[in-house]
Design a protein around this ligand. Structure first.
Ligand SMILES: C=C(O[C@@H]1C=C(C(=O)O)C=C[C@H]1O)C(=O)O
Length: 352
């Protein structure tokens, strides 16, 4: 029997596509190991497999179940010692650039171009000792409530992440999604106090999702907003569930949701345009979505946040913040620094 890591290493050496993932709070890991090197595309969301889709909506790939070996592995919680990362600090130039980007986002909001925009940046870290087994195990152990994954395709690259954000869970026409926004450093989540700016920003995401879904659903249940912890930070979350009308399809519902104002902005088209024109790098699969499509008759999709793209000797980290009329460039910068710690934390020294 294959162990998880022998299988990952074997497939990676062969340069063959694979994905391994663990759902939030699950004690089982699942893997799809593709038996050819084709880059399969999603056409109408009736396919079965693991989808990996870009932010801009132009790249929708899948590791099809039918072309893969499906394996499952048990995940055991262990106390592993993770060395503190030698924190590499972003440069003053990176900070200045990001703060200028935020300031121009705020100016566009004040000029009435849009109400909210999510602006992000990347950060490149030198990681000559990167070890996929060590980093993936650390992600699994450190973030038990996240959707933790490792995805590889020669034409896409190697991505790992631990995301707190569900895009859509659906079985038949019954579905659930969440509105997640507002960020602060985690303290005691029972007593967290949220500033009005964060509450309004999150409410905007909830209102958008509800208004998008309402015409296509028979009934929608919307929870009260509550606080969740994701690693060393907290967010405000609202749960939204319902069932879509018979004449609608999974593909339509995904299109209604992605990209939500949690990762793009509002109104969507103008905010997306601003992002594509003004961010200094290409998001590619960051803030896209990924997960199970029609596996065992249900779909379980997540937003690709708190992730890294691994290249030869370096990794790219990606992090962004929701910008509203009241955003202060320096605080938003600090928020991206806090978010970067989710991945930096697992990149400390790797003893083989
Ligand atoms: C864009 C990111 O996160 C999103 C933005 C948030 C915010 O603006 O507060 C919170 C959660 C996510 O929806 C990210 O983590 O990179």
């Amino acid at each position: 029997m294959h162990t998880l890591y022998s299988k990952i290493n074997e497939h990676q050496q062969l340069r063959m596509p694979f994905v391994v993932y663990r759902k939030p709070n699950a004690s089982q890991l699942k893997g799809l190991f593709q038996s050819d090197a084709t880059l399969y595309e999603v056409n109408d969301c009736t396919e079965e497999g693991f989808v990996f889709a870009s932010f801009d909506g132009n790249k929708n790939y899948i590791i099809p179940k039918a072309a893969s070996e499906s394996l499952s592995f048990s995940f055991d919680k262990k106390d592993i010692a993770i060395p503190l990362p030698e924190i590499s600090h972003p440069t003053k130039k990176e900070q200045r650039q990001y703060e200028q980007l935020v300031a121009s986002g705020v100016a566009s909001i004040q000029n009435g171009v849009f109400q909210k925009v999510v602006l992000s940046r990347d950060e490149v870290l030198k990681t000559p000792d990167f070890d996929i087994n060590i980093v993936f195990e650390r992600l699994l152990q450190t973030y038990p409530t996240a959707f933790v994954y490792c995805f590889f395709h020669l034409e896409i690259g190697l991505w790992l992440g631990a995301t707190p954000e569900q895009l859509l869970k659906a079985s038949g026409s019954t579905f659930q999604t969440i509105a997640l926004a507002g960020t602060q450093k985690a303290s005691d989540i029972e007593t967290v106090i949220w500033p009005t700016k964060e509450k309004e920003e999150q409410q905007l995401v909830t209102d958008y999702i509800v208004s998008q879904l309402q015409p296509y659903t028979d009934e929608l249940q919307i929870s009260e907003p509550y606080t969740i912890q994701a690693g060393a930070i907290c967010h405000i979350r609202t749960d939204i569930k319902g069932s879509w009308k018979k004449e609608n399809t999974l593909q339509q519902i995904i299109h209604l949701l992605h990209p939500t104002p949690a990762v793009c902005g509002f109104p969507t088209a103008v905010a997306k345009d601003f992002i594509l024109q003004n961010e200094s790098y290409n998001r590619s699969f960051y803030t896209g979505f990924l997960g199970e499509l029609n596996i065992d008759s249900s779909s379980d999709l997540f937003v690709n946040l708190r992730c890294m793209q691994v290249e030869d000797q370096e990794v790219h980290l990606y992090m962004g913040c929701g910008i509203t009329k009241d955003s202060m460039p320096e605080s938003e910068w600090q928020e991206t620094v806090n978010k970067s710690m989710t991945m930096k934390r697992v990149l400390g020294k790797m003893e083989k």
